[in-house]
Design a protein around this ligand. Structure first.
Ligand code: FES
Length: 477
């Protein structure tokens, strides 16, 4: 269902278009992805699993999980959450992995005659970290290119309607959606070229990227590369967790705040960290009902200010609870939850069913670090940072010289820290190209001070622990 009125957002829909899904005409608007348009029409099953033909819907809605693969205009395995609906498109559901056309070969890349782009600094990811890196590097005189697989830049900021905390320099009291616009404004007049709808599919030494841009394989040669690929939503193990209607919290935000489409009518939120309670509140603002927020820990993890907002609406926040099963045939019709004891054991007899059509998982994120592994960076699993991260020095330069990391890919944190890390990478990369100047020294000192401030206090403890572990591993090498 499309949202018609919203207290914060105005949805300006594009021209009305039509495509077919398994032969059925579907109405959509320019600027909506295929998956979003299908969801708005009430279609949640996009494909079937290979062996058991279980129904599959989307999960992440940002191109990171592959649960939304469909055949589009005869081409299989298209991520329908990333591709915009077009007038006259022929979309079909598929079973498992679709067969690629016989002419497709992956042995071709990277050939010398592929179209070539050259730049001083290539940035993978146009979210808060990537944009901040670009601004700082370009202001210091570098030629920069940003590659992002989305249709627009801004990363996850473009769906964040809550206001940020921190100081003025950290965009305190400004909504994520407005911060995104402010960062984009700062790019004006700088030597920054932006490639949207562009996937970086490989890294080759030295600093050569294989990209797919406008449907063609191309190469990019850079002197320094900054990876700011962000993070992906964690899944949770429970019965029927693959049922369409089980969505990551980020997917729910994308659907609701970017496309103006309600994910469902009645929602169970799993996880009472910041994202869980913020998205719950946004669901209420958009007109959905939140049946409950459940949290496995004995206490709520979110900032008090966010948790209180939810509590005031009367939505129950049930701590020491987890989800046992999603119930339904080809879509979520209910959820079974259960209380757990201090040892995380389910308490028999405490199970109950909630009639919901959507289960939203907000159980943490993990760094999207595959390209760093592929590039040969030394990786470690560091739990407080969210998973596999590349070891790096204090300038965020990895074990591959000239390859930097910034934002959630270097460890899960808030967007405010991602922006500061981006700045640090941008400055650090230019410093390596041009040498240290007084300006660079001053800018770096400011950013490092800002990061220390953000990570101080009880909410920064996890990050401090993770960063400490990472530094130890870095120095052990
Ligand atoms: S890749 Fe489309 S839903 Fe995750």
């Amino acid at each position: 269902m499309r949202i018609e009125s919203h207290p914060i957002l105005t949805f300006r829909r594009g021209r009305e278009i039509q495509f077919t899904f398994d032969g059925i005409p579907i109405k959509a608007f320019d600027g909506e992805t295929i998956a979003a348009a299908l969801h708005a029409t009430g279609i949640r099953v996009l494909s079937k699993s290979l062996r058991r033909h279980r129904p599959r819907g989307f999960f992440c809605a940002i191109g990171k999980c592959s649960s939304c693969l469909m055949e589009v205009n005869g081409v299989p395995n298209i991520k329908s959450c990333m591709v915009m609906a077009r007038d006259g498109m022929v979309v079909k559901s598929q079973t498992g992995w679709g067969k690629l056309p016989a002419s497709t070969s992956t042995t071709q890349f990277i050939r010398k005659d592929f179209p070539l782009y050259q730049t001083e600094i290539a940035i993978i990811g146009g979210g808060p970290a990537g944009l901040s890196a670009a601004i700082y590097a370009a202001k210091l005189g570098a030629k920069v290119m940003i590659f992002d697989e989305n249709a627009v830049i801004g990363g996850q900021l473009i769906k964040q309607t809550h206001m940020f905390f921190g100081s003025r320099d950290h965009y305190a009291k400004i909504r994520g959606i407005d911060i995104s616009n402010k960062l984009i404004e700062q790019l004006q007049g700088l030597d920054v070229q932006i490639f949207t709808d562009t996937s970086v599919i490989g890294y080759f030494h030295p600093h050569t990227l294989a990209i797919i841009h406008q449907g063609r394989l191309k190469q990019v040669r850079a002197r320094k590369v900054i990876v700011a690929t962000g993070a992906a939503e964690n899944m949770l193990a429970f019965e029927n967790n693959d049922l369409p209607g089980v969505y990551g919290a980020g997917a729910v935000q994308t659907l609701m705040n970017v496309y103006g489409i309600l994910p469902g009518e009645t929602i169970l939120m799993v996880g009472a960290g910041n994202i869980g309670v913020i998205v719950s509140y946004q669901l209420l603002q958009a007109g959905a009902k939140v049946a409950a927020v459940i949290e496995a820990l004995p206490s709520i993890g979110a900032y008090q200010v966010h948790a209180s907002k939810i509590a005031r609406t009367g939505v129950p926040i049930l701590t020491s609870h987890t989800i046992q099963a999603a119930i339904g045939n080809d879509r979520v019709e209910a959820a079974r939850i259960v209380r757990i004891d201090r040892n995380w054991k389910e308490i028999p007899g405490s199970e109950r069913e909630l009639a919901v059509d959507t289960i939203c998982l907000s159980v943490g994120l993990n760094p999207t670090s595959e390209i760093l592994s592929q590039a040969g960076c030394e990786m470690r699993y560091i739990a407080p940072l969210g998973g596999n991260v590349a070891l790096h020095d204090e300038n965020l330069e990895t074990s591959v010289p000239g390859l930097y990391v910034a934002g959630d890919v270097s460890g899960i944190e808030e967007a405010s820290s991602a922006m500061l890390e981006g700045r640090l990478c941008g400055i650090g990369a230019v410093e390596k190209l041009t040498g240290t100047t007084e300006e660079i020294r001053r800018l770096k000192a400011d950013v490092i001070k800002g990061l220390q401030e953000l990570r101080s206090g009880p909410f920064g403890e996890k990050t401090r622990t993770g960063e400490h572990q990472l530094a130890k591993e870095w120095h052990k090498r």
